[in-house]
Design a protein around this ligand. Structure first.
Ligand code: NAD
Length: 448
């Protein structure tokens, strides 16, 4: 058992600290830093801390006339490469540590795929399932007005995230526009509705990017026993926007989608699910559960299925020390942000299972957000084919660089000596990203 692994707690549930978002980011960061021995450690540490953290009170009048107070956060992690970029989520579990951890991931992701953005994230602690559309609009407008000039087209650019949508982005644009009349404010936010400056292909971009990156990695011969996606078996946890698009594109490449899940249940057909019939069932019932051309399985059984590709596309912390030992995929493609804990990473590495990490696998979303921002600044719209082909080029390039970096990792000459260096794809991706950020920080110099 490697040093960071913790004993598996009873009931296969991980100890709470294993899921602590700040700790997960710290461990991933330290694993990459172990490879960055040529860079001033002080410089590296500047890159870890957020540049600015804001906490604001968001009071609104509810539909019944009562007053309610919510708390909102915006963390600007880093702006070395360009304006901060990152989603805004509305969820009861939104907390400053989580928002901060996700903001750091955004910095690393943007640097890795070489879009000229820094990293940021925001959120309001609230339960959108118990709020009306009018109340959500009031929360959004008040939150954005409290953030004031801390967001802007050239400073910090929000986007949708958990339980926020293109509608939320339309309200953000409208609020910011009211505060800054007479300017082109379209680029203040991405993920907007198409009629309001949104981009073709943005909705599909994250799932599409997952598939492009997996396809490229497989074509590089990096995944033992898997030479192409045609005929591959695929399991998807989280049949939402990301999971559904990835499933469809993989199906078009000849893969068999054998199991999918959502928050209500999981279904299996070893011969391959009929995705059109599944889409009709989900549209009619709101869930994949009960799809009659399949067999119901548990969430734990889904993660333990033998398959070529496993795509966690739901929430963070889903694969942990309590269940990683059961995973039997050849390659895990992280559609969601940080779905695998560091302890699970160790177990999967020991089992020879490759993980295409979140900052690479799900970077298609921020990449097309960047294209939306450019189109808004240019007062122009690009056709879908152009966007998808630009996305493919960028995902291929990032995947090639990560794979090359990973192949450069050399194991110690003495295999019996203690070895603190990780040589997985996640570490390779982070080294690639941090090295670039450290280089740019050195070029720019620390202010003053
Ligand atoms: P979504 O809300 O459209 O879909 C999420 C799906 O996961 C839903 O079907 C939900 O029912 C399911 N789910 C929730 N809890 C689950 C559980 N415990 N087990 C199985 N399924 C569960 O969200 P999305 O846009 O598809 O995003 C999915 C993940 O990808 C999120 O973690 C998000 O942060 C991440 N991500 C999304 C984007 C993007 O552009 N949409 C970009 C980067 C990362």
């Amino acid at each position: 058992m490697s040093k960071t692994q913790q004993p598996t707690p009873a009931g296969n549930e991980p100890a709470p600290h294993e899921l602590d978002p700040e700790r997960i980011i710290d461990v991933q960061f330290e694993r990459a830093c172990a490879h960055l021995t040529d860079i001033d450690p002080g410089l590296i540490q500047v890159l870890r801390r957020p540049r600015r953290t804001l906490t604001v009170n968001v009071p609104i009048e509810r539909d019944d006339g009562s007053l309610a107070n919510f708390v909102g956060y915006r963390v600007l992690h880093n702006r070395l490469l360009g304006p901060g970029k990152g989603g805004i989520r509305y969820h009861p579990r939104v907390s400053l540590p989580e928002v901060g951890a996700l903001a750091a991931l955004m910095t690393w992701k943007c640097a890795l795929v070489r879009v000229p953005f820094g990293g940021a994230k925001g959120g309001v602690t609230c339960d959108p399932k118990h709020l009306s559309e009018r109340e959500l609009r009031h929360i959004t407008r008040r939150f954005i007005s409290e953030l004031g000039d801390n967001i802007g087209p050239y400073t910090d650019i929000p986007a949708p995230d958990l339980y926020t949508s293109s509608q939320t982005m339309a309200w953000i644009l409208d609020t910011f526009d009211a505060m800054h009349p007479g300017k082109n404010n379209l680029p203040v936010v991405t993920g907007k509705p198409l009629e309001l400056g949104g981009s073709e292909g943005r909705d599909e971009a994250t799932g599409r990017g997952c598939v492009y990156s997996a396809e490229r990695l497989v074509s590089l011969g990096a995944v033992p026993g898997l030479s192409e996606l045609d005929g591959a078996s695929v399991v998807i946890q989280g049949y939402g926007e990301v999971g559904r698009v990835a499933a469809q594109l993989l199906h078009e490449l000849g893969a068999r989608i054998i199991a999918v899940s959502d928050s209500r249940g999981a279904v299996l057909d070893p011969e391959g699910l009929d995705l059109s019939a599944l889409a009709r069932h989900k549209a009619a019932t709101g869930s994949v559960l009960g799809f009659d051309e399949s067999r119901s399985i548990t969430a734990a059984e889904l993660l333990a299925l033998e398959c070529d590709l496993l795509i966690p596309a739901a929430l963070g912390g889903q694969i942990h020390s309590g269940n990683a030992g059961q995973v039997k995929a050849r390659l895990i493609v992280e559609g969601a942000n940080r779905p695998i804990t560091p302890e699970a990473d160790d177990i999967l590495t020991d089992k020879g299972i490759l993980v295409l990490p979140d900052i690479l696998a799900n970077a298609g979303g921020v990449t097309v957000s960047y294209y939306e921002w450019v189109q808004n600044i240019e007062h122009h719209t690009w056709p879908l084919e152009e966007i998808n082909s630009k996305l493919r080029v960028r995902m291929n390039d990032a995947t090639d660089r990560v794979a090359a970096r990973w192949r450069q990792f050399t194991p110690p000459a003495d295999e019996t000596a203690p070895d603190s260096q990780r040589r997985d794809l996640r570490t390779a991706a982070l080294v690639e990203s941090l090295e670039r950020l450290a280089h740019v920080l050195k070029q720019r110099g620390i202010w003053p």
